[in-house]
Design a binder for this molecule. Structure first.
Ligand SMILES: [Zn+2]
Length: 99
């Protein structure tokens, strides 16, 4: 499962950390040798505390939406019929409404 870091203030994932780099003569590249405590949000342009969140895989999101739609179709079909958002989601997911 993949993770990402987000800003505790604004929720943006446009974030970074301070780190030390050493020059590697063999590879001719800078290599991170140590991470510092300072965490930065480039959206807030300020220091922040980074929060770890898991990244939902697209397949899992689609399955959850399909299950949600089918639950509503089974128990609250009128909510689907009265919801433009649900109708749009059903169209994207290629689902059919139940009467
Ligand atoms: Zn932020």
């Amino acid at each position: 499962m993949k993770i990402k870091y987000i800003c505790e203030h604004c929720g943006s994932d446009n974030v970074g950390r301070d780190a030390f780099c050493d020059w590697n003569q063999q590879t001719q590249e800078w290599e991170i040798s140590d991470f510092m405590d300072r965490e930065i949000c480039f959206n807030c342009s300020d220091d922040t505390t980074l929060i770890t969140v898991t990244i939902a895989e697209p397949e899992a999101v689609l399955l959850a939406l399909k299950n949600l739609y089918q639950d509503y179709a089974g128990y609250y079909p009128s909510m689907i019929n009265n919801s433009p958002a649900m109708k749009a989601a059903a169209e994207i997911l290629n689902l059919t409404e139940t009467e």
